[in-house]
Design a protein around this ligand. Structure first.
Ligand code: NCD
Ligand code: ZN
Length: 350
């Protein structure tokens, strides 16, 4: 058997990032230009403090994001609402009318700024009914939060305890199982109906949990859901490169100041927006599947959301470069990106 030689450049329809954190204020100014340089659109996570729970807040946040996009760059933030047990079904109608695309479900306590999330899905059933009716997507952080469930099992347990009943009760609600990290999640999505899809991050395609502990504790590889065993990474690579339209790009780029990650109780989140497409290209190349990158990065997400595909293109070239060690991040802080100071094989052309 012969393997096809790796191409030296790749032209793709401009991709979109279907799961992104950009924060707010000075921190946001530092990160929005990175995403806008790569992606036409990004789904903006609403886990600010306080969370983005109303249409009015989401529209104001969108305006602040747009103000951080460099002049001459075209970038569209796709806004979401943070579901709480106080979200009113009427808010969903307002959201739909204002072009908000989805609501995000954070099980209370699951991750960064999720304290005001949902403790019992039953408490938001009227809102989910309104979303199903209005055609808003439900984006799910799929982990149970019970202290007695092992951290590495929380995604698989979520599928059984929460997701399967949710699908049964809302068969026409489009759900994105965000940042999947296990073979159980990849298989569940593969075998489920067409109303469920999943995003996959670059870190979960490139690393397994050893990365967090190599030669000492490495907080910049800590995100939630946490990196898993190699068998799970392989299942995610298989899913992402399978050509199935149920899996698409969502970086979950989640910037935190370096000093808050290098901390006794370090924040969860990997920053990847500076080199998102390059990181995915490395993962797809390692799997011998560069020909599947465009579907994953540029087609399937738009199709699932029912939005038009982009028309412009981007070009990746096989050209080694070194990712910066850090970026400035708000007042006096620094941001340490994924693959900081490491050579990357692919580079996005400006
Ligand atoms: C995210 C963040 O920092 O906002 N962190 C993370 O580890 N992924 C929250 C999230 O998406 O879980
Ligand atoms: Zn996230």
């Amino acid at each position: 058997m012969t393997t096809a030689p790796t191409p030296q450049s790749l032209t793709l329809l401009r991709p979109d990032d279907w799961h992104l954190h950009v924060r707010d204020g000075a921190a946001m100014q530092a990160v929005v230009p990175h995403t806008a340089a790569q992606f036409a659109r990004a789904v903006i996570m609403p886990n600010l403090q306080p969370p983005v729970t109303t249409t009015e807040q989401a529209l104001a946040y969108k305006a602040r994001i747009l103000a951080a996009v460099p002049a001459g760059v075209s970038f569209e933030p796709l806004m979401t609402l943070y579901l709480t047990e106080h979200t009113a079904p009427e808010e969903i109608e307002r959201a739909r009318a204002a072009g908000i695309v989805a609501c995000k479900l954070y099980p209370a306590g699951a991750t960064t700024n999720s304290a005001q999330g949902v403790t019992n899905l039953r408490n938001i059933y009227p809102v989910l009914e309104a979303m199903q009716r209005q055609g808003l997507l439900l984006l799910v952080h799929g982990e149970v939060t019970s202290a007695e469930i092992d951290l590495f099992d929380r995604e698989a347990v979520f599928i059984e305890q929460q997701l399967i009943p949710l699908r049964r009760d809302f068969p026409n609600l489009k759900i994105v199982f965000e940042h999947i990290t296990t073979k159980e999640a990849a298989q569940y999505v593969r075998d489920a109906d067409a109303f469920i899809a999943a995003t996959i991050t670059p870190q979960h395609l490139l690393y397994n949990r050893n990365a967090i502990f190599t030669g000492g504790i490495r907080p910049h590889y800590y995100c939630l859901p946490v990196l898993k065993r190699e068998e799970h990474r392989l299942a995610l690579v298989q899913a992402a490169t399978s050509g199935s339209s149920k899996y698409f790009l969502g970086t979950d780029s989640a910037p935190h100041a370096a000093h808050l990650k290098e901390h006794a109780s370090g924040c969860a989140g990997c920053y990847s927006a500076h080199a998102a497409l390059e990181l995915y290209a490395s993962a797809f190349e390692a799997a011998g599947a560069l020909d599947k990158l465009e579907g994953f990065a540029s087609l399937y997400g738009a199709d699932f959301y029912g939005l038009p595909r982009n028309t412009s293109t981007v070009r990746l070239v096989k050209q080694s470069w070194t990712a910066p060690e850090h970026f400035a991040f708000g007042e006096g802080a620094q941001l340490k990106p994924l693959a900081a100071g490491e050579a990357l094989a692919w580079q996005l052309q400006g």
